[in-house]
Design a protein around this ligand. Structure first.
Ligand code: NIG
Ligand code: FE
Length: 407
């Protein structure tokens, strides 16, 4: 018997292949994994079991989907911002707190102070929560260092997490997340540092470069410089844009070839159009929208009209989205942003893969793709987005290997 071969039999497959049935559904199906890669899938009646040698996993009518992908997180951080949340509940806004030196800068202080082992242990716990709920690939940003040493420390922690956990990690350098106090009043000089020495040091430890284009972040010219530097290092480009106001960041990033533009509550039609032309993915972060009491939703109808692919992610971070559940984000994307459950599923699979430049490897059940699979205790695909505070994840397979049993 060959343990590198598995036959998943009598599952309903949520393939998330874009053409055909809703959710790419294949009922009463078989799926064969060979050496960690999907080798065959289709109707169980078309599969010749006699010729199969290996482990058989019986589905008994359960659903099997691609591993979920959380394509926007700030999972490595020190400290907590519960106190700031209490302030916000009494009426102080997220922006005001940032302008008073709290917000991102308070996490920067805590992250600079924390040692690597502490950061690693806390992030590992956060990732385990996500994995137990079906996440097999995630992105991790730096951006709470804002100095070379601590940015590299964060990226090293992200690398250690990648190397020690059964999850694929895309590392993103976000040196331009906020202006550190040492550079108060001198944002262009800080951008010189980010685009020069800091990025040169970080480039070997990341796959992507991101920038926070916002009134409390960086302006459009500073954003352009960061993206140009990222491009010259051959990294993928991403942007936090149009979260609190419309500065035109998403359109600029799209024109520069960014894989994704994220947040986008204040994006206008010309920005949507630019994203559509370049195939830039819109990453929606309903947890941040909810947690900072935002009232304007991203232009979902325009994304549909122009055919901009929508992804959904946790934005896991201590300030604007202390979230550890991607299926909760699916629920919020549906209830708050009016996505359909099928769009929410595409947002955490196929389109999330595209937002990380991994569309060839993960994100759908398809022959030749990684066997990152999740068995769900649900009666229909929509149920994953419907439940709040549930975890119907039963088993996660990474490269065909069973990893975690759901809580
Ligand atoms: O994606 N928008 C900027 N960055 C994060 C917030 C980080 C923080 O508040 O610590 C976000 O919402
Ligand atoms: Fe973010």
């Amino acid at each position: 018997m060959d343990n590198n071969h598995q036959l998943f039999l009598d599952f309903h497959l949520i393939t998330m292949q874009p053409d055909g049935e809703p959710y790419g559904l294949v009922r009463d199906a078989a799926l064969v994994v060979r050496n960690g890669v999907i080798d065959w899938l289709g109707s169980a009646t078309e599969f010749n079991k006699q010729d199969f040698e290996g482990t058989v996993i019986k589905g008994e009518g359960r659903f099997l989907s691609p591993g979920l992908i959380d394509c926007h997180t700030h999972l490595v951080w020190g400290g907590s911002r519960a106190d700031e949340w209490e302030q916000r509940l009494s009426g102080v806004s997220y922006e005001e707190i940032a302008r008073q030196g709290g917000g991102i800068l308070s996490t920067v202080r805590a992250t600079r102070e924390a040692d690597e082992a502490t950061l690693y242990a806390a992030a590992r716990d956060r990732i385990e929560y996500l994995m137990r709920q079906g996440v097999t690939t995630l992105e991790i940003k730096s951006g709470y260092g804002l100095e070379i040493e601590t940015e590299l420390k964060m990226l090293r922690v992200a690398t250690d997490l990648r190397d020690s956990m059964p999850v694929d990690v895309v590392r993103t350098f976000l040196g331009a997340h906020a202006l550190p106090v040492e550079f108060a009043g001198r944002p262009d000089e800080y951008i010189d540092l980010v685009c020069g020495e800091m990025m040169t040091a970080a480039a070997a430890h990341c796959e992507a470069v991101d920038v926070f284009c916002e009134g409390i972040g960086f302006d459009i010219e500073q954003t352009r410089r960061v993206l140009e530097a990222g491009k010259s290092h051959g990294r993928q480009l991403k942007i936090h844009a149009e979260q609190l106001s419309n500065l035109g960041g998403a359109g600029l990033a799209a024109e520069m070839g960014a894989v994704s533009a994220d947040h986008l509550e204040y994006l206008d039609e010309s920005g949507v159009q630019a994203m559509a032309e370049q195939g830039t993915v819109a990453v929606l972060l309903p947890g941040a929208y909810y947690f900072i009491h935002e009232t304007q939703i991203p232009p979902i109808d325009l994304f549909r009209q122009y055919g901009v692919p929508m992804a959904v992610a946790t934005d896991a971070n201590p300030g604007s989205s202390p979230v550890a559940s991607l299926s909760l984000m699916m629920n919020m994307a549906c209830t708050l942003f009016r996505l359909t459950p099928e769009e929410a599923w595409a947002g955490v699979t196929r389109n999330a893969a595209a937002a990380l430049g991994l569309g060839q490897r993960v994100g759908t059940l398809e022959v030749g793709k990684q066997a990152d699979l999740v068995v769900w205790n649900i009666n229909s695909p929509a149920e994953l987005a419907y439940g709040i505070g549930h975890n119907p994840c039963r088993t996660v397979y990474k490269h065909g290997e069973a990893q975690v049993y759901g809580a």
